[in-house]
Design a binder for this molecule. Structure first.
Ligand code: 3PY
Length: 248
């Protein structure tokens, strides 16, 4: 069965609640596509107004982060049940900005994957290598290690519903994009890895996005590749260009 495409915006730390509602209205007619899952992953403070603003449209809302406990003394954090109650469907984890700036490791990311599934959220699990690893030629080993750790104890049925985003760090916020062939090589490798860790049916079902400076001009070529099922979009998700990517 063909995998359904998924185009998700990662708004990062952009958009005040009022700017967020304006952006949703601006994009409303541009992101309509019955063949694509469209997701806005938004800052925590924007979740409630954005869930309200997308009501009646084809757009789902995602979070950019959460903590693995349900409640308690975790100042500043939000939980999976809070996200679910607010109407969130997806949540990003393992993004290189959280790994590098906030020190999140694969043990925590693995716990997040399991917690998200247990709560009924779809994880968008990011992985990707630094420029040094790309240059050293060891990027596949790195990605294999990340995914193997991050999915430890996660079942095949869960992985069938997982979204993996391959985001080479050297292509994030740099304006550099992996070429479509470079992106396809790693996305195909990730699918083979899922077949090795699970089985062929799970590998066929898991959706793999490319992320890292995907924009309106490179999206069509990236999305034409057989193992790239969608995109996790940074800066271009904050502009009308996002609609062009959804329809690329
Ligand atoms: C980017 O495109 O910059 C991203 O990090 C998407 O997650």
């Amino acid at each position: 069965m063909a995998r359904r495409r998924i185009i998700a915006g990662n708004w990062k730390m952009n958009m005040t609640p009022s700017e967020a509602v304006k952006l949703v209205a601006e994009l409303k007619d541009l992101v309509v596509n019955d063949n694509v899952d469209v997701v806005y992953c938004v800052p925590a403070i924007d979740i409630v107004p954005v869930v309200e603003a997308v009501k009646g449209t084809n757009v789902n809302v995602g979070a950019e982060n959460f903590y693995i406990e349900d409640k308690g003394a975790f100042t500043g954090e939000i939980s999976a049940p809070m996200l679910v109650d607010a109407g969130v469907k997806y949540v990003i984890m393992g993004h290189s900005e959280r790994r590098d700036i906030f020190g999140e490791d694969d043990i925590l990311i693995n716990a997040k994957v399991k917690k998200a599934f247990a709560a009924g959220l779809t994880p968008i699990l990011c992985c990707g290598e630094s420029l040094a690893l790309r240059k050293a030629g060891t990027y596949k080993e790195w990605i294999e290690r990340q995914i193997t750790w991050d999915l430890s104890g996660v079942t095949a049925d869960q992985v069938k519903n997982l979204v993996i985003a391959y985001e080479p760090i050297w292509a994030i916020g740099t304006g550099e994009t992996a070429t479509a062939d470079q992106a396809e090589e790693v996305c195909a490798f990730i699918r083979e890895l899922i077949a090795k860790l699970y089985d062929g049916a799970t590998a066929e079902a898991v959706r793999i996005q490319y992320g890292g400076s995907m924009n309106a001009s490179n999206a069509a070529e990236l999305l034409s590749k057989p193992n790239i099922d969608g995109g996790l979009i940074g800066g271009a998700s904050l502009k009308p260009d996002f609609g062009k990517i959804v329809n690329a």
